[in-house]
Design a binder for this molecule. Structure first.
Ligand code: UDP
Length: 365
C-alpha cells in the first residue's frame, strides 16, 4: 500500500535542506512524496529563486499568509495546515530545521496523531532567548523520528530521554545540496559581476535578532564591518530584517565605503560561489557555519553559543562575542593565514538525504 509523506517547508534554510529528497523518494515506489510550503518566507529573493535554481518541485500546497505579527503567522499556518491534513491525511510529515513553520506543522500533526520526522534534530544552543532554540526543543518533544547532522544531536536527544532506536545519524542534507550543485556554483559569474578576486575578500551576513534588533549591537556590527574593510574588501548581502532595522536606526551611512559591497540577499548558487572563494566569513547564521566548515573557509561566528559545535571542534568555525578588539585579532589571523584549518565532519558526504528516505521507508513499512 502507498504511504503518503508530506514534507513541510517555509523558509530559505528549509529549502536548502530538502533539494535531494524528491529524487531519493523516487527510488521507493511505495512512498508518495508531497511538498507543502507554508509561505513563511515568500518573496523572490528569499524563496522563489531557490525553487528555480535548486530544481525543487513546485509545492503541491502553498499557504497565503497575512503578515500581521509573528504569532499571527504561526496561528495561520496551524489553521491552514489543519485543513490540509484533514482533507488529505498523510502517513508521516517531515519537517526540517528550527523555524516557526517547523514547529507549527509538527504541533498540528501531533494533535491528529500523524507521526513527525525531524531533519536536523537534536541541535541545542542551550539559549532559550533564541526563538529557534524553543522551536527545536518543542519539535523534538513532538517528533517520532529524529535525523541528526552531528553526534552532539544524538547525545542531546539521548539525554532528553529519546529512544536510541528512533534516532538516526544521517549527516547533513545542507551539505548534500552543496555537493550536488558544486558544478552550478562554479558556473556562477558572481565574482566577475562584483569585481572580486578569489581569496581576496571577506563575506559578512547578519540576521539574528540578538545582533540586529538592538541599536547598540547593530551599530557595533556595522562599525566592525567598516573596520575589516580597511584591510580587505567586504561583501555584505543584507538580510531583509537587518536592512529594515538599519533604516529604522539610521545606520546605513556607516557602510558607505568603497571597500564594502552591499547587495540584496543572493540566490544560492551566487551566494555559495562568494562563500567558497572568501578569504574569511563573518556571520551569525546557522547554516553558513556548516557550509564554511565543509568548504574549509575560515568562519567567525558572532554569537555566544552555537547549536552546531562540530563546526568549532572539527571545522573552521570560531565563536566570538561582539567585541571588536577580540574579533579583529581573529580577522588578522585569517589575513595573515595563521588561522586554524579544519576537517569535514563525519557523514557530511552528500548522501544524507538517501539515509533519511531509507529510514522513513523502514519506519513506515
Ligand atoms: N543563503 C543564500 N543567500 C544569501 C544568504 C544565505 O542562499 O544571501 C543561504 C545559505 O546557504 C545559508 C542559508 O541560506 O546557509 C541559510 O540562511 P540564513 O543564514 O538566513 O539562515 P540560518 O541558517 O541562520 O537559519
Amino acid at each position: 500500500m502507498t504511504k503518503k509523506v508530506l514534507v513541510c517547508v517555509g523558509t530559505r534554510p528549509n529549502l536548502i535542506k530538502i533539494t535531494r529528497l524528491k529524487e531519493c523518494f523516487a527510488k521507493y515506489p511505495s512512498l508518495q512524496f508531497k511538498l507543502l510550503h507554508t509561505g513563511q518566507h515568500f518573496d523572490y529573493k528569499m524563496s522563489k529563486v531557490f525553487f528555480e535554481e535548486l530544481g525543487i518541485p513546485s509545492p503541491d500546497v502553498l499557504f497565503e499568509l497575512q503578515r500581521e505579527s509573528q504569532i499571527s503567522v504561526v496561528s495561520q499556518i496551524m489553521l491552514q495546515f489543519e485543513k490540509e491534513i484533514i482533507s488529505d491525511r498523510p502517513d508521516l510529515i517531515v519537517v526540517p530545521g528550527d523555524v516557526d513553520s517547523t514547529f507549527a506543522c509538527a504541533f498540528v500533526a501531533s494533535r491528529y496523531k500523524i507521526p513527525v520526522a525531524h531533519i536536523e534534530s537534536g541541535l541545542r544552543s542551550f539559549d532559550k532567548n533564541m526563538p529557534e532554540e524553543i522551536n527545536r526543543i518543542l519539535v523534538d518533544n513532538i517528533a517520532d523520528l529524529f535525523f541528526t547532522t552531528e553526534k552532539s544531536g544524538n547525545e542531546n536527544l539521548l539525554r532528553e530521554g529519546k529512544s536510541r532506536n528512533d534516532i538516526v545519524f544521517t549527516g547533513n542534507t545542507m551539505i548534500d545540496s552543496l555537493i550536488k550543485f558544486q558544478p552550478n556554483i562554479e558556473n556562477s559569474s558572481m565574482l566577475e559581476k562584483l569585481n572580486l578576486v578569489k581569496g581576496n575578500y571577506f563575506t559578512a551576513t547578519f540576521h539574528r535578532p540578538s545582533n540586529v534588533d538592538y541599536e547598540k549591537n547593530l551599530k557595533a556590527i556595522f562599525k566592525l564591518i567598516n573596520n575589516i574593510s580597511k584591510n580587505t574588501k567586504v561583501i555584505f548581502p543584507i538580510h531583509p530584517r537587518t536592512l529594515k532595522n538599519a533604516e529604522h536606526f539610521g545606520f546605513n551611512h556607516l557602510l558607505e565605503c568603497d571597500n564594502i559591497v552591499i547587495c540584496d540577499p543572493l540566490g544560492y548558487l551566487d551566494f555559495m560561489k562568494i562563500i567558497k572563494y572568501s578569504k574569511g566569513v563573518i556571520t551569525d547564521s546557522g547554516g553558513i557555519q556548516e557550509e564554511t566548515t565543509f568548504l574549509g573557509v575560515p568562519c567567525l561566528t558572532i554569537r555566544d553559543n552555537t547549536e552546531r559545535p562540530v563546526t568549532v571542534e572539527v571545522g573552521t568555525n570560531t565563536l566570538l562575542p561582539l567585541d571588536e578588539e577580540e574579533i579583529m585579532l581573529y580577522v588578522n589571523q585569517i589575513l595573515m593565514r595563521t588561522y586554524k584549518t579544519g576537517r569535514i565532519p563525519e557523514k557530511w558526504d552528500g548522501r544524507s538525504s538517501e539515509r533519511i528516505v531509507e529510514a522513513i521507508y523502514k519506519f513506515l513499512a
